[in-house]
Design a protein around this ligand. Structure first.
Ligand code: HEM
Length: 405
C-alpha cells in the first residue's frame, strides 16, 4: 500500500491541507504507527465521533494527554459524572454572567492592549495582542490579583508547550509537571479565600455552584482553571490572529466587514471552518466501530482531523476558499451544539466557552478595526500558519496610521 502522508512531519506542519485532501479521498481511515492511533478525516466520520450517539467513545486518552499538567478536568469525564460537571460550570459562560459580568472584562482587556500600540504605527497582532488578550481575560474573570499576571502568563506558556510537545522532550514534560504543582500551590489558597469571602468573579461562582447536591472540590476547581489556560487561551488567541490574517488576505471581504460589523459573526464562523485553531482531537473506542473507511477495534485511539473534515467537499462547496458570504455554513448555530463546522467539536464535550470566544473575537476585531483605520500587513510579510495539534499564524506584523488612545 502507498504510504499515507505523515501528519507529524515538518512539511505537514507548514501546510497540512494538501495532505488532508489525500487522506479524505484515499485513506479516510488509517493507522498512524508513531501516534499509535487510527486517524479519520471525513466530515461524517469526525462528526460521528463527536456526537457519539451510540456511546462508542470515551475521553480516556486525556488521562495521559492532559492529566500530568492539569489534573483531572471536565474533559476526562464521561457519562453522568460529565453531565453533572458540565451543568456546574456551563452557566457561567452564557447568559447573564457572560453579558453583565464578563463582557466589561473583555472590553477593558482588549482596550488596554490596543491602547498600548495604537499610537506607534506598527504592531505584531500575535505577540502584542492575541497571545495576551484571552489569557488576561481569564485571569480577570477568575478575579486574580493583577500583580500575579506575569506568573499566570508563565504557566500559560509552559502548559501550551507541554500540550504541543510532539517529540516528548523530557525538559518540556518536566516543566509542565512542575507547573501543575506551582499552579495548585497558587490557586488552592485563592479558592479557599473565595469560599470564605465570595465576590462577583468566576472563581466565586464555581465555588458556589451546586447541582443535585454535588459541588466541586478545591482540586476540581483548580483543574478547571488550569484547563482554561489551554482551552480558553491558546484557542482564542489563534482564532483572533487567524480571523485577521484571513481578512487581510481577502481585502474585499475585509472592506465589507469594516463597513458592516454585523458580518464579523460570519467571518468568525468561516475562520473557524477554514482555519480552525484545534486540528486534532482524540478519543478511545469503547467498542468496535465501523467508519466509512473500515473498522476500528475496541480500545483503540482515534484521532479526528478537524482541519480536514472542515474542508470536506462532501459537506462544503469549494471548501478551500475563504468566503464569509458562503450560504452552506450556519453563522448562528455555529455557537451551539448544533454547529455545523467542527472547530468547537459537537455533542457532550462541545466547547463550553464558544460564546465567550465569540464575544472576545467580536470585541477584539471591532477594537482593532476602530483604532487602526488603515490596518495592513507589514511590507512583504506573508503570514505563516504553523502547528499540528493547534495551528495559527506565528506572527502578524501590521502597519497603520497612529491614532491617539
Ligand atoms: C472544549 C475548541 C474557546 C473552554 C472544546 C473542544 C474544542 C474546543 C474542539 C472539544 C474538546 C473535545 O471534545 O475533546 C475551542 C476553540 C475556541 C475555544 C476553537 C476558540 C475559538 C474556549 C474558551 C473557553 C473554552 C474561551 C473558556 C474560557 C472549554 C472547555 C471545554 C472545551 C472547558 C471542555 C468541555 C467539556 O468537556 O464538556 N473547546 N475552544 N474554550 N472548551 Fe473550548
Amino acid at each position: 500500500a502507498r504510504q499515507a502522508p505523515d501528519i507529524l512531519s515538518a512539511e505537514f506542519a507548514a501546510d497540512p491541507y494538501p495532505a488532508y485532501r489525500v487522506l479524505r479521498e484515499e485513506e479516510p481511515l488509517f493507522w498512524h504507527e508513531a501516534m499509535r492511533s487510527y486517524v479519520v478525516s471525513r466530515y461524517e466520520d469526525v462528526e460521528r465521533v463527536f456526537k457519539d450517539r451510540r456511546a462508542e467513545f470515551t475521553t480516556d486518552n486525556y488521562s495521559w494527554q492532559l492529566e500530568p499538567v492539569h489534573g483531572r478536568t471536565i474533559l476526562q469525564l464521561d457519562g453522568r459524572e460529565h453531565a453533572v460537571r458540565r451543568a456546574l460550570v456551563a452557566p457561567a459562560f452564557r447568559g447573564a454572567d457572560l453579558q453583565e459580568k464578563f463582557l466589561p472584562v473583555i472590553e477593558r482587556n482588549s482596550r488596554e492592549l490596543v491602547d498600548a500600540f495604537r499610537g506607534k504605527g506598527s504592531a505584531d497582532i500575535v505577540g502584542d495582542y492575541a497571545t495576551r488578550f484571552p489569557v488576561n481575560v481569564i485571569a480577570d474573570m477568575l478575579g486574580l490579583d493583577r500583580a500575579d499576571r506575569s506568573r499566570f502568563h508563565g504557566w500559560y506558556t509552559t502548559v501550551i508547550a507541554f500540550l504541543g510537545n510532539l517529540t516528548g522532550d523530557p525538559e518540556v514534560t518536566a516543566a509542565g509537571e512542575r507547573t501543575r504543582v506551582e499552579f495548585a500551590e497558587y490557586m488552592i489558597p485563592v479558592i479557599r479565600e473565595r469560599r470564605a469571602d465570595p465576590g462577583d468573579d468566576l472563581l466565586s461562582v464555581l465555588c458556589a455552584a451546586e447541582v443535585d447536591g454535588v459541588r466541586m472540590s478545591d482540586e476540581d476547581i483548580k483543574a478547571f482553571c488550569s484547563l482554561l489556560l489551554a482551552a480558553g487561551g491558546e484557542t482564542t488567541d489563534k482564532a483572533i490572529a487567524s480571523i485577521l490574517a484571513n481578512l487581510l488576505a481577502h481585502p474585499d471581504q475585509l472592506a465589507a466587514v469594516r463597513e458592516d460589523r454585523a458580518l464579523i459573526a460570519a467571518a468568525f464562523a468561516e475562520t473557524l471552518r477554514y482555519t480552525p485553531p484545534v486540528h486534532m482531537i482524540m478519543r478511545q473506542s469503547a467498542t468496535e466501530v465501523e467508519f466509512s473507511g473500515g473498522v476500528v477495534p475496541a480500545g483503540a485511539t482515534v484521532t479526528c482531523l478537524i482541519g480536514a473534515a472542515n474542508r470536506d467537499t462532501r459537506r462544503y462547496r469549494d471548501p478551500d476558499r475563504f468566503d464569509i458570504f458562503r450560504d452552506d455554513l450556519s453563522t448562528t448555530s455555529a455557537f451551539s451544539a448544533a454547529a455545523d463546522h467542527l472547530a468547537f467539536a459537537l455533542g457532550r464535550h462541545f466547547c463550553v466557552g464558544a460564546l465567550l470566544a465569540k464575544a472576545e473575537v467580536e470585541t477584539g476585531l471591532n477594537h482593532l478595526l476602530d483604532a487602526l483605520p488603515d490596518l495592513r500587513l507589514a511590507d512583504g510579510f506573508d503570514p505563516v500558519e504553523r502547528g499540528v495539534f493547534t495551528r495559527g499564524p506565528q506572527s502578524l506584523p501590521v502597519r497603520f496610521t497612529p491614532t491617539p488612545a
